[in-house]
Design a protein around this ligand. Structure first.
Ligand code: FES
Length: 260
């Protein structure tokens, strides 16, 4: 029983698949609204929308008042949603972790000063080196591996080792700061909001990631793992909805009914 459908509209895809099980009982999950997608192109710093498909049919009877009908003008903003990055159990607090989500290169790291997982643009503002290749210094700052600039959990540059101590405070320049994404931990997963626009700084107070109560319920067991897969989410969804392939494609590596 799959308890979470991780939103992963990227190529390559980043996937977290928590599964929750409760023996001797049946779980049922329902979609509140049909998802329909007509278009998604490789993103980079743009807002893309998916528009509900339009189906023209003659009703043979009056529509049921209770039936939810798709809004023809409904748009889905891929960059105004929370996305799962990594389960916390797969993260090491002693090192930064690089990840590509929604076509964005991000670095996840543990800020011991704020006691929180942080999600930054994986690009040093100095010479654009990936911060995920860096380290956490002794003061708990994220340090770039190239020239050693150090950043606090708020993205501020706290140290430029080569700057003269009696010179101008260059490390406080805005251009020396790293872009920070809103992030949080829920259900044992690090989530991030894929926009560093200041208007979303407090997005968590207005909108939270989807909550899966079974993952926090000790009467359930669950497993959680993540994989990077080199294709888009629509291929994955098609695959997960295709049980006929399981006894053959997964032959010998998981329990399956005996192939006929
Ligand atoms: S590229 Fe990061 S400190 Fe120079």
């Amino acid at each position: 029983m799959e308890a979470l459908r991780a939103p992963s509209p990227v190529s390559p895809a980043s996937l977290i698949r928590p599964q929750a099980f409760k023996p001797l009982s049946t779980l049922s999950f329902t979609l509140s609204k049909p998802n329909s997608l007509t278009q998604f192109n490789k993103p980079k710093f743009k807002t893309f929308t998916a528009v509900s498909s339009s189906v023209s049919t003659e009703p043979t009877s009056p529509p049921d008042q209770e039936t939810e009908t798709p809004d023809q003008d409904e748009k889905f903003d891929w960059y105004s949603q929370w996305y799962a990055i990594m389960p916390v159990c797969d993260l090491d607090k002693r090192a930064p972790h690089g990840k590509k989500v929604m076509g964005l290169d991000v670095v996840v790291w543990w800020d011991k000063n704020e006691n929180a997982w942080k999600v930054f643009d994986d690009m040093c503002p100095h010479r654009l080196a990936p911060l995920s290749e860096g380290r956490i210094d002794q003061w708990g700052r994220l340090q770039c591996v190239y020239h050693g600039w150090c950043f606090s959990g708020s993205g501020d540059c706290k140290l430029i080792p080569q700057a003269p101590p009696d010179g101008p405070p260059v490390h406080t320049f805005k251009k020396a700061c790293v872009a920070v994404y809103p992030s949080t931990v829920q259900n044992g997963i690090v989530w991030f909001w894929p926009s560093t626009d200041p208007q979303y700084k407090d997005i968590l107070t207005k909108k939270k990631p989807p909550y899966i109560p079974e993952l926090d319920d000790p009467s359930f067991t669950h497993t959680m793992y993540n994989r990077d897969i080199p294709y888009g989410y629509e291929i994955l969804i098609e695959n997960l909805m295709d049980p006929a392939h399981v006894p053959y494609a997964h032959y010998g590596i998981m329990w399956t009914p005996q192939p006929r």
